[in-house]
Design a protein around this ligand. Structure first.
Ligand code: NAD
Length: 260
């Protein structure tokens, strides 16, 4: 059992980030939930998770496309909780278009949120982890950090980039009891993915089960979605002392996608 730590999970009011927040809180860690909105329901969500698991949980608004807000998120967490021991870089967006028609502002936003934000949060958190003599950096990459698909050039570039960043940081910090790893999920059934199913059913004139199997899970050999609970459980394990020697690597949770 690892002692109680403080964790920031970026982009955690939905989907995979929320699953990780639940898993870390269930493991007894205090957590900071984050997104770019500042609604009552965001703060209520943090309060609910805190009560459910008997830990401190706070919602801090910060837009991960803005470097200074990435760094302020870390600073505000440290001033409130006294430390930042676990940093999960999860915030991410997607846009699908051919490379010659890819909107420049979408390219810039994907690189900023999916890649550059992690540089800023890690740079701000590492001095705190060094001082504490312990740390866990977990970057949520993707099967697209290891493989490409057409029409996702910005996303694939950002996710390959974060895999490289993860490894470089691991080597820099290897003797400090700070690990840096990337989780590479395949298709996870998050609200974002769920919302695409009706459109896909219309486009392909297929029922829900067929569209999931033939279109969405085409590359996922198990033909099943990964769950947010499965990603959360892996992140929680990476935060234990038993995971101290898992460092600078990618952990695929993709039903066999990248076995090909
Ligand atoms: P999601 O849309 O449910 O969650 C994305 C989260 O990021 C949300 O909480 C959103 O509010 C937040 N976010 C978006 N822009 C932000 C910004 N500018 N600042 C702060 N927060 C912001 O999507 P998800 O599927 O849970 O994706 C989470 C991560 O997992 C992403 O990095 C994504 O690339 C990755 N991923 C998802 C899948 C999948 O199949 N769902 C597969 C592989 C990797």
């Amino acid at each position: 059992m690892t002692a109680r730590k403080t964790a920031i999970i970026t982009g955690s009011n939905s989907g995979i980030g929320l699953g990780i927040a639940h898993a870390l809180a269930a493991g007894g860690h205090d957590i900071v939930i984050n997104s770019f909105t500042d609604r009552d329901e965001d703060h209520a969500l943090a309060e609910l998770i805190g009560k459910e698991h008997g830990v401190k949980a706070l919602y801090i608004k910060a837009d991960m496309s803005k470097p200074e807000e990435c760094r302020t998120l870390v600073a505000n967490t440290a001033s409130t909780f006294g430390s930042v021991d676990i940093l999960v870089n999860n915030a991410g967006i997607q846009h699908v278009a051919s490379v010659e028609e890819f909107p420049v502002e979408k390219w810039d936003a994907i690189i900023a949120i999916n890649l550059t934000s992690a540089f800023h949060t890690v740079a701000a958190a590492v001095p705190l982890m060094r001082a504490a003599g312990w740390g866990r950096i977990i970057n949520i990459a993707s099967a697209h950090g290891l493989r490409a698909s057409p029409f996702k050039s910005a996303y694939v570039a950002a996710k390959h980039g974060i895999v490289g960043f993860t490894k470089a940081v691991a080597l820099e910090l290897a003797e400090q009891k700070i690990t840096s790893n990337a989780i590479c999920p395949g298709y996870v059934l998050t609200p974002l993915v769920e919302a695409q199913i009706p459109d896909q059913m219309k486009t392909h004139n297929m029922d829900r089960e067929t569209v999931i199997r033939e279109v969405m899970l085409d590359k996922q050999p198990t033909k099943q979605f990964v769950t947010t609970e499965q990603i959360g459980a892996l992140a929680a394990f990476l935060c234990t002392d038993n995971a101290a020697q898992i460092n600078g690597t990618t952990l695929s949770v993709d039903g066999g996608w990248t076995a090909e």
